[in-house]
Design a protein around this ligand. Structure first.
Ligand code: FAD
Length: 418
């Protein structure tokens, strides 16, 4: 028996291995992971870990003893370089190959680079892995003026940590509001004000033309030794900075699948059971594009790709269930959280920017109920954990809720969700 080989020792890959063992799978399980060390969780990298409130050990998903006890072989620091589908072998970057009965692609995503001159200057950073977070922690200790490019979740979490350290932070964003693709105008406005109260400055509808550094700025990006000194915006203004965090989104790591002839389009294409068009290969987590009942009306074919811990965990579990004989279409309610300063944002469902909004609650604790074609599509809650839990139940059950009911503070949402 060749067993199950998992590419990617992240949240999804680790969960698939752990759930396979919990479900009683006996086959050998090998996880091939490019990063060094044990599988770890990424969310604290832009929150508690970056702020120095937790250490690297606390990031690990499980200790090494767990892997040994559950007969999960981890090949850390090993890159998977190619798939021979006919021979069912995974080729490793360092040489050699592993046979598989089933191959799981859990390769995650990588950050998009900012396509401007100067993007390779020292002090222009990204945040995806532990090594990035460690470098940023050192940078924050030495920096005075920081620019964040992109007002998405990671950029804003980073901005909040930097501002709390007393640094001067400017967030440069191409659209007109924070988290524009992900949250309502109401929620965006709340978080804009919350960040401004921390001292964060925003430049909206602003583009970056170039990043300037010591020693002059050429066009070839070759002066990697020199350090960032400024962020030049379209229109001419230059922000003097010592540190730039680029947070403009990610690309799925789909090349292994693509080169092996599997279908990809902004993600590795899988069916409702998370299988690719090769029945011996599945894909889960940030790298997978799958059909979702919650994505109807959001994309032409009702497929989506989700970057969240919930999705990585639930897809790992769902795949393990299928591989141990309990196949069910993946239909978990998407949910997500983001901690920015002292505020916790929680989201359930999948929304489009023009979904209708109904606000429940006020001040620093409220929820925005979103509706698409008259049906509840998602709920964004700030400092209202109970609403979030109710929203997950309503969405899971497909319970009908009207905008008037959502807006009525006297309406018993909890009873409806029971
Ligand atoms: P990953 O965790 O990225 O793991 C993929 C792994 O595959 C990586 O280790 C990569 O090195 C490896 N790999 C890729 N290609 C190869 C190859 N060819 N060979 C070997 N290994 C390979 N989500 C939330 O829900 N809430 C949050 O608050 C939140 N905060 C976040 C903060 C940060 C800073 C980041 C980066 C992400 C955050 N996320 C959050 C998103 C969440 O962490 C991801 O959705 C989740 O980690 C996805 O899991 P994954 O296993 O699909 O991918």
């Amino acid at each position: 028996m060749s067993g199950i080989v998992i590419v990617g020792a992240g949240q999804a890959g680790f969960q698939a291995a752990a759930s396979l063992r919990e479900a009683g799978a006996h086959a050998p399980i090998t996880i091939v992971g490019e990063e060094p060390g044990l599988p770890y969780q990424r969310p604290p990298l832009s929150k508690a870990y970056l702020a120095g409130k937790s250490d690297a050990e606390a990031l690990s998903l499980r200790p090494a003893s767990y892997l040994a006890e559950h007969r999960i072989t981890l090949r850390a620091g090993t890159r998977a370089a190619g798939i021979d589908r006919a021979a069912r072998r995974l080729h490793l970057g360092a040489g050699g190959s592993l046979p598989y009965d089933h191959l799981v692609l859990a390769t995650g995503a990588r950050n998009k680079a900012l396509p401007v001159p100067g993007a390779a200057l020292d002090g222009v950073r990204q945040l995806r892995g532990l090594a990035d977070a460690d470098r940023l922690k050192a940078d924050l200790a030495a920096a005075g003026r920081v620019a964040v490019v992109g007002a998405g979740f990671i950029g804003l979490e980073f901005a909040a940590v930097a501002a709390a350290r007393g640094l001067a932070v400017t967030v440069v964003e191409a659209t007109a509001r924070p988290m524009a693709r992900a949250v309502s105008r109401e929620m965006g406005a709340f978080f804009r004000a919350a960040h401004e109260a921390l001292g964060v400055r925003f430049a909206f509808e602003a583009g970056v033309e170039a990043i300037e550094g010591t020693g002059g700025q050429g066009t070839g990006g070759q002066e990697t030794e020199s350090r960032v000194t400024g962020l030049r915006l379209v229109g001419g203004e230059t922000l003097p900075v010592d540190l730039v965090l680029v947070g403009i989104g990610v690309r799925p790591n789909q090349e292994l699948a693509e080169e092996a002839g599997l279908a990809v389009s902004d993600g590795i294409r899988v069916d409702a059971f998370l299988a690719t068009d090769d029945p011996a290969i599945s894909a889960i987590g940030d790298c997978a594009r799958f059909p979702s009942p919650f994505a109807q009306g959001l994309s032409p074919d009702g497929s989506t790709r989700i970057e969240s811990v919930q999705n990585a965990i639930d897809q790992g579990r769902s795949l393990a269930a299928r591989l141990t004989g309990r196949a069910a279409a993946y239909a978990a309610v998407p949910w997500f959280w983001s901690d920015q300063g002292r505020h916790k944002l929680q989201m359930a469902g999948l929304t489009a920017p023009d979904d209708a909004s109904v606000v429940r609650g006020s001040g620093e604790a409220f929820s925005v109920f979103r509706f698409r074609n008259g049906a509840l599509s998602g709920v964004e809650s700030v400092n209202r954990a109970a609403d979030h839990m109710i929203a997950r139940r309503l969405l899971a059950a497909g319970t009908h809720l009207t905008p008037d009911q959502a807006a009525d503070p006297g309406f018993d949402l909890k009873a409806l969700a029971m």
